[in-house]
Design a binder for this molecule. Structure first.
Ligand code: PHE
Length: 446
């Protein structure tokens, strides 16, 4: 283990970084398109319930595991058990989490590469370099590979600079910019003709859908993905957290920020779709269902930007810049967990570990690009639909069943000495121990 462990320099720095991890493509693209396909306001409602009753308690658990030992995820999970058998189990769970996270990064880097391409294309177009712009916007193996690599190198550069100088500094710069861009874009789109139809679709719940099993499972998956739960990304950030920080409160701020951005993004994307329709762009399939989500971001919106003309190009650059920022701060957190584990478990310096992990992810991502049709969807489903909820569940169980209760209380009390007097401590431990597993089983079998 390295002698001096790095950490965030301030609580607000942690919040920017953790919110940066949580706020990603999942919020700005995933959430609004899922809402559009699942009854608008009904999805929003179920999503909010899922965040409060499942995702938030598990987020506190994951951060607590990290802060308990202030070590990498594998070491942290190992340290929860007293007996060698539990320690081995813990380490295994940690390794699985890191592997799942690295796989998430490999498909995330591909999507992020497209986003970078779509951000750059209108710039080249404005400069009159149409052939480059066209290459950037066409789905080709060369574009997919090169842009994915470019995005990964950017991520590696930030993480290579360390926790405070790289991750915290860049998250603190980029997150306020993201908020500002999102607000500006939303305000503008809402003034365009057609926007109100989308707004209505988003905000008025179709209550007949609320109990729809598909909707409930999608909302749960979306909540876990959006809050980066179950794959050690926030566990490693938790391990850099100070002993003075109040965990339940800090986690609530992060969950609140993440949910607000998802909600705001819905105010941008759904109205934008109907603005596009107003401009003659098709947004429904002939069967009457909404076009699938990737078409939406990479076809419908660009088509609308095209119709608007020069202002549209600027809008397009702004919109994809927003997505790239969101993607970058999330990708940083995905790279950090394996990098931290490698540096602490093998004493490899960070400057090398980032390239080792980043290189491995680049290889896996290239394999996915080269076998796109058979692998892409598979990796997404395997990691986000199965691995994230299951591993999150195991983290919660390890914390509440395997860890001695006095050690759990001790870590939860750090930065929060009145813990045992409040309601949180009366509910949370048994809630994570019994209710969360039961609810998740229910959702899975439902
Ligand atoms: N929460 C991120 C998003 O919404 C994705 C993510 C998943 C980040 C898992 C880290 C770990 O896009």
């Amino acid at each position: 283990m390295s002698a001096v462990r790095q950490g965030f320099s301030s609580r607000i720095g942690f919040i920017f970084a953790a919110a940066g991890s949580a706020v990603g493509v999942g919020n700005i693209w995933g959430f609004p398109t899922q809402a559009a396909q699942n009854g608008g306001g009904a999805f929003l409602l179920v999503y909010l319930v899922m965040v409060v009753i499942l995702a938030y308690p598990m987020l506190v658990a994951e951060l607590a595991i990290g802060r308990l030992t202030k070590r990498n995820p594998v070491a942290s999970l190992r340290a929860l058990g007293e007996s060698p058998r539990w320690q081995k189990m813990g380490a295994l769970v940690g390794v699985l989490g890191i592997v799942a996270l690295s796989l998430i990064l490999s498909f995330y880097a591909i999507i992020s590469g497209w986003l970078v391409a779509f951000m750059a294309a209108p710039i080249f177009s404005l400069l009159g370099m149409e052939s480059i712009a066209n290459w950037l916007m066409e789905f080709s193996t060369s574009r997919n590979l090169i842009m994915m690599l470019l995005f990964l190198v950017l991520t590696i550069k930030v993480v290579g600079r360390g926790v405070a100088n790289g991750i915290e500094r860049w998250s603190s710069r980029l997150m306020p910019l993201l908020f500002a861009l999102l607000l500006l874009m939303t305000a503008y789109i809402l003034t365009l003709p057609g926007a109100m139809v989308g707004l209505e679709m988003y905000l008025v719940p179709d209550f007949s859908q609320v109990m729809n099993p598909d909707l409930i499972v999608s909302a749960m998956g979306q909540a876990f993905f959006s809050l980066s739960i179950g794959v050690c990304a926030l566990m490693v950030y938790g391990s850099y957290l100070n002993s003075e920080d109040n965990l339940p409160r800090t986690a609530a701020v992060v969950a609140g920020l993440d949910t607000s951005v998802a909600f705001l993004a819905g105010l941008l994307i759904l109205p934008a779709m109907f603005v596009a329709q107003n401009n003659g762009v098709q947004i429904y399939t002939p069967e009457g269902s909404l076009l699938s989500s990737d078409t939406l971001v990479f076809t419908v919106l660009p088509a609308m930007f095209d119709v608007i003309g020069t202002a549209g190009s600027i809008l397009a650059i702004g919109f994809f810049a927003l997505m790239v920022i969101a993607a970058l701060t999330s990708a940083i957190s995905m790279l950090e967990a394996p990098v931290n584990t490698l540096t602490e478990e093998t004493e490899l310096p960070r400057s090398r570990a980032v390239w080792v992990v980043g290189g491995a992810v680049a290889i896996v991502a290239s394999i996915i690009v080269l076998n796109f049709n058979s692998l892409f969807g598979l990796v997404v489903t395997l990691t986000t639909v199965y691995a994230q909820p299951l591993l999150a569940l195991v983290f919660g169980l390890m914390l509440t069943w395997v860890l001695r209760r006095d050690r759990l209380l001790q870590t939860m009390k750090e930065g929060n000495p009145e813990l045992t007097e409040g309601v949180f401590w009366k509910i949370w431990p048994w809630y994570v121990k019994f209710v969360c597993p039961l609810m998740m089983l229910l959702v899975f079998f439902y």
